[in-house]
Design a protein around this ligand. Sequence first.
Ligand SMILES: *Cc1c(COP(=O)(O)O)cnc(C)c1O
Length: 387
Amino acid sequence: MSDETRLIRAGALSGPLAKTVGPPIQKGSTVLLPTAASLYDDDNYVTYGRSGLSAQASLRAALAELEGASGVTLYPSGMAAISGALLAVLKAGDEILVADNVYKPVRRFCDHVLRSFGVKVTYYDPLSSPEDLVAGASGAVRLIFLETPGSLTFEMQDLPRIAELARARGILTATDNTWGAGLLFKPLEHAIDISIQALTKYVSGHSDTFMGSAAAREPRLARLLEEGVINMGWAVSGEDAYAMLRGLRTLPVRLARHGESGLDIARWLQTQPEVAALYHPALPEFPGHAIWSRDFKGACGLFSFALNPAPDAAVDAFLDALKLFGLGFSWGGFESLAISCAPQLKVRNFAKDYGGPLIRLHIGLEDPEELMADLRAGLDAYARLAG
Ligand SMILES: *Cc1c(COP(=O)(O)O)cnc(C)c1O
């Protein structure tokens, strides 16, 4: 053979792979099929790399086990998982009820994309009762989209009750379970139809990889989601799927530490004179606490608090004085983060008075005492300008 031909074949896989603890990361768009008959046998063969190879298959299987799902689909980001699930389920003429506290880009997708495709979008107050919510739904409502707790204001909705009432009316339910991370709360066990996660957050755990998942309770819905992914042409890389699988291995110990440090810091913040209110479902005095303690196994490291009312400059001084907390969006990584929430709350239809400017914290894996000292320095800077 000439060098030209030899170079095409050289180094190709020649035998079975060594068995490692994790799955192999296969890279491939083309998949070589063993026979002519298998070329079009999609039921028994992976015929093209876009549908995922070894690492993606391992991640899907692991997530299906974690979520108690009949099928899990993967998406290039958490936002793509949400838009993908909604597009797979909804059609022109349908109506969707969307909790007013959802992740803000979801709202943008609903307003800009779903509406332009003839889907009616109605936002509802996440603090309304499940009975009022479902009784008030029109006959066109096909799906209720939830997020519990909301990732800025932490409203706890009674998901089991909403799912039960919705099911009786033939309405599907889907929830953004990024806070619960598939571990602290299991939506599918509570009759929710689709559990969506931004794996980007706690599953990745290292603030360096995007991915989303949608887990379906029933095989029929799992197939619908799968078709949606095929229709949209989405794919995730083997390297990224491997990174998520690695994150899953340590998810319970990381979440336990995030949760414990988060609650310690929330309790400490309650005692600081500059702090007006805490928004943390694990605090007994939090309005949603009863639902949280009934349905959730624990808390992660994400919560908010309100400073006493003060000019914007004092809020900025608080944030700018922080040294251990980074200023940045996202959460779920090993590092602590802080943001102000006000600009994100402006778009809401049912925003409340939170008692003062709202700050959201993600508590990372640092020493909690040192994080408290950092927050105290921020509160001192705030107090100098708060007057
Ligand atoms: C970050 C986030 C998403 C989106 O995830 P990406 O991977 O960044 O697209 C969705 N929902 C919630 C609650 C989030 O915090």
